[in-house]
Design a protein around this ligand. Structure first.
Ligand code: ZN
Length: 266
């Protein structure tokens, strides 16, 4: 199927889709932690409460044309809105490039979209809302069921074992640290990541599980050295967990193969 559509077309289309989904994620990131409806009211300027018109709500483009200010009252519009849209577009394009037009790619896209929302909400509120994690589990689960129908059930057992491994590691840390090391939100997100990575292979699953902690340690040390954080300050683990899993989707297999060669098993 992917031969019928050139990769460049798929990647371009998914980038545009990513911009639109990213625009919706900005609403999710702002409203879900406050328990507000995602549908109404429509977006309004926080300064003058003027509703934002459709043509001022085009992802990235409107922000650039308005030079990052409200059309009515010139209140600055944060740079993070176009950045979230661009990041989502980049992740969607990368997914299309790596996984083509497949049911598995849909599972990864679900993970990318919900992952961006969880990443930002954890930074803002130190929370990973269960409603988003649940949506990720249902969306990715349905896509993988479709993949099993198309590709066969070979990955099913591995993915289920991977779910147990991720849940075991994160649940174990949560119990051992009495909830101080990480939150229940992390324990809930971990098995969903384990599911999608385990479906791909053991390499991505193991590398994803490890790299969450490696990325966390590297960023933690960098923050301490630069004086931005004290040794005991609370840095949410979710963004590291999600970044590690994201990296493993793309480089998990080569890293795992290199490791096996290094220890003489490959
Ligand atoms: Zn305004």
């Amino acid at each position: 199927m992917s031969e019928l559509v050139p990769t460049s077309v798929t990647v371009g289309l998914l980038a545009v889709l990513g911009l639109c989904i990213g625009s919706f994620l900005n609403v999710v990131i702002y409203r879900v932690p406050e328990g507000k409806s995602l549908m109404r009211p429509g977006s309004a300027c926080p300064g003058c409460e003027q509703p934002i018109r459709a043509w001022d709500n085009i992802p990235v483009v409107s922000w650039v044309l308005l030079r990052g200010r409200c059309r009515s009252c010139a209140t600055p519009i944060s740079l993070r809105y176009p950045l979230v849209e661009l990041a989502t577009a980049g992740l969607f394009a990368l997914t299309a490039w790596r996984f083509g037009i497949t049911a598995y790619a849909v599972a990864v896209l679900v993970l990318m979209a919900t992952g961006v929302a969880l990443f930002m909400i954890d930074l803002d509120h130190q929370r990973l809302p269960f409603v988003i994690t649940g949506s990720a589990a249902i969306g990715a689960g349905l896509a993988l069921l479709t993949d099993a129908v198309v590709q066969g059930t070979e990955p099913v057992l591995r993915a289920l074992l991977s779910v147990l491994a991720w849940f075991g590691v994160y649940g174990g840390i949560w119990l051992a640290t009495a909830g101080r090391g990480m939150g229940l939100g992390d324990v809930a997100v971990a098995p969903v990541l384990g599911l999608v990575l385990g479906w791909l292979g053991w390499g991505p699953s193991v590398v994803g599980l490890m790299s969450g902690f490696v990325v966390g340690a590297v960023v933690g040390v960098a923050l301490m050295v630069s004086g931005r954080a004290a040794a005991r300050s609370r840095v949410p683990h979710g963004p590291f967990l999600l970044t590690g899993a994201g990296l493993a989707l793309f480089v998990g297999d080569p890293v795992w193969q290199a490791y096996l060669r290094l220890v003489g098993l490959g």
